[in-house]
Design a protein around this ligand. Structure first.
Ligand SMILES: [Zn+2]
Ligand SMILES: [Zn+2]
Length: 213
């Protein structure tokens, strides 16, 4: 799996363009904004965009979805339906985060635990990881041992749980049961900051080792 990273929005959210090496079929994961940068990168690498994937409903992850869906003529897939209230609330989120006004939208398809999204020869396994938001999903791709985790887990940290319907114990449970069950070598690509690995976070993440809450 080829992964291109484009930091977007003032929050430096890591939008990822992922592609199947064999077929060139690609998807855009969490296009939070800066649509023109994403379009330029896709054209530069001559990729064929098949769909847009969303991990959760926060504006810095979804802000350019509608525009890019129209540009590439593709569907928006995910997150889990429990995040509908965040997508319905996009106009409010724009105010809350100090972004330009943004309309509400819904994806063409919600995702659920156990779903598998095919991208060329790649199989993206969907894992529901609530806690940061109730409908947060992550995408695990076994062939490249990579998991795209959005705002569930960061290098040395975890997602905020002080938003509406956030839940710290749910988040911790999701990380323990849906992420820390993956091999230590699994590459973790987060919505903000550097990449890490499951093994590194198991050993070093203070929010998961009991040193904090
Ligand atoms: Zn978020
Ligand atoms: Zn974020």
């Amino acid at each position: 799996m080829k992964v291109l990273t484009i930091p977007v929005t003032p929050f430096a959210q890591n939008c990822r363009v992922i592609a199947c090496d064999e077929t060139g079929k690609a998807a855009i994961v969490d296009p939070g904004g800066d649509a023109e940068k994403i379009i330029a990168l896709v054209k530069q690498h001559n990729l064929s965009i098949e769909f847009i994937l969303l991990t959760h409903g926060h504006l810095d992850h979804v802000g350019a979805s509608k525009l890019l869906a129209k540009e590439f003529g593709v569907e928006i897939i995910g997150p889990h339906a429990e995040d509908k209230f965040w997508l319905d609330g996009l106009p409010m989120q724009a105010q809350m985060f100090g972004f330009a006004p943004h309309d509400a939208f819904l994806p063409h398809r919600w995702l659920d635990e156990g779903d598998v999204v095919a991208l060329g020869k790649l199989q993206l396994q969907v894992r529901h990881c609530p806690g940061h938001t109730p409908g947060h999903v992550v995408f695990y791709e076994p062939a490249s041992a990579t998991v795209l985790v959005g705002d569930v887990l960061f290098k040395g940290s975890v997602g905020r749980t002080d938003f509406p319907k956030g839940d710290a114990s749910q988040l911790k449970h999701a990380i323990n049961t849906k992420l820390f069950t993956l091999d230590d070598e699994t590459k973790v690509m987060s919505g903000h900051g550097e990449d890490t690995t499951i093994g590194y976070e198991k050993r070093n993440n203070p929010f998961m080792s009991g040193r904090f809450g």
